[in-house]
Design a binder for this molecule. Structure first.
Ligand code: ZN
Length: 377
């Protein structure tokens, strides 16, 4: 055999071995890379909300943020937050978990969070209501408003506006929130809101919530002559509870009756009462004594004007005990600016046991109770 041929054969053999080695190395690399990706995908697949169409993005996001939990990464990718130029930010998960989170506002959340240092829930709430676009400062005052127990997110803009307009009055946060919750920033008798009789005994009728002139409750009952010699009518349930309250009052020595026929009043009858007071006291004072027709809760059959003997003691017994029978003093002495009515110790409103007890314990008005618990956040 020729020597050069021999060398060639050896060379070819070496080359073959090299190719084989390189090939198996690349193969090995491909296999391990494949295994690595499979492991990552498997970790994501074990999470709720996993979407196989996003596999490439899960892997890429994981590769650049491997210190973050897969649960978080999956949530962020599923919400396209892996696409942010700013990259991963631990606050993103916080924003995401807040109810009302809006995808298109993420940059604003981050910016407002940088600026204020507020928690994620507060940031989302304030940005969603565009407070970050106003000159309202995130400081002690706004924090106190946000912390008020009856703070309503859907009124946050109104709180800020009212506060700016009444800056000179030095209102406490509670006073401010209470006023706006009771719509004092709105124009009364402007037809902005309407009473909702489907709320049953929790229906709200006041200077901001009007009731249709044609509305007549369908559950009226004639009151016993012993309660009203003038033949009042009332909502059945309210009347039953009035009877129970009067019985209890009697046991401790007070005789409770209805003042005249002042239970249910029709729209037209309310007009007579209203005209009477306006004529007697002038319109401004008259309106504080009797509601303009369409704004009187007497039209619901749930309000009643009571008379009691030993007046002062009798009325204070009623004020202390009426909640046990689902009643409240609707226009209290310390809330005349809120209700728009002078103190009417005789005017009771049936709101059911739960609301009555709450109002008795906390001292809020029914107007605010309605805003907070019925209309809600
Ligand atoms: Zn009344």
């Amino acid at each position: 055999m020729n020597k050069s041929i021999k060398i060639k054969k050896i060379m070819v053999a070496i080359l073959a071995v090299l190719v084989l080695l390189a090939g198996s190395y690349i193969g090995y690399r491909i296999v391990t890379e494949h295994q690595r990706r499979s492991r990552i995908v498997a970790a994501f697949a074990a999470e709720q909300g996993y979407d196989s169409k996003l596999n490439e993005r899960y892997i890429a996001y994981y590769d650049s943020n491997s210190e973050v939990s897969v649960t978080e990464l999956l949530a962020l990718v599923n919400n396209d937050l892996d696409q942010l130029e700013t990259g991963y930010d631990p606050r993103l998960i916080g924003f995401l978990s807040v109810e009302g989170y809006e995808k298109e506002s993420v940059q604003r959340y981050l910016a407002y969070s940088d600026k204020t240092g507020a928690d994620e829930e507060t940031v989302v709430g304030l940005v969603n209501h565009d407070i970050d676009q106003t000159d309202v400062e995130y400081g002690e005052r706004l924090i106190a408003i946000l912390d008020d127990p009856y703070f309503l997110w859907n009124r946050v803009t109104r709180y800020c506006e009212y506060d700016a307009e009444h800056a000179g009055e030095e209102l406490t946060a509670r006073q401010l929130v209470e006023r706006v919750n009771c719509n004092l920033d709105m124009i009364p008798k402007n037809g902005d809101f309407h009473a909702d009789p489907s709320q049953g005994y929790l229906v709200l009728v006041n200077n901001y919530y009007d009731i249709a002139d044609s509305y007549v409750p369908d559950n009226l009952v004639d009151v016993d002559k012993a309660f009203s010699s003038k033949g009042a009518r009332m909502n059945t349930e309210a009347y039953e509870n009035l009877v129970a309250m009067a019985d209890a009052a009697k046991k401790v020595g007070y005789k409770v009756t209805i003042n005249g026929d002042n239970g249910y009043r029709s729209y037209s009858y309310q007009k007579t009462v209203y005209d009477y007071y306006c004529k007697m006291l002038g319109r401004e004072d008259g309106e504080k004594r009797a509601a303009q027709p369409g704004y009187s809760e007497h039209q619901t059959g749930l309000a009643v004007d009571l008379a009691v003997d030993k007046k002062a003691k009798g009325f204070s017994w009623l004020a202390e005990n009426c909640y046990k029978y689902g009643y409240i003093v609707r226009y209290p002495d310390d809330k005349t600016d809120i209700t728009g009515y002078t103190y009417e110790r005789w005017h009771f409103r049936y709101v059911g046991a739960q609301a009555a007890e709450y109002i008795h314990e906390t001292g809020i008005t029914f107007d605010e109770y309605y805003a907070f618990f019925i209309e809600g956040r």
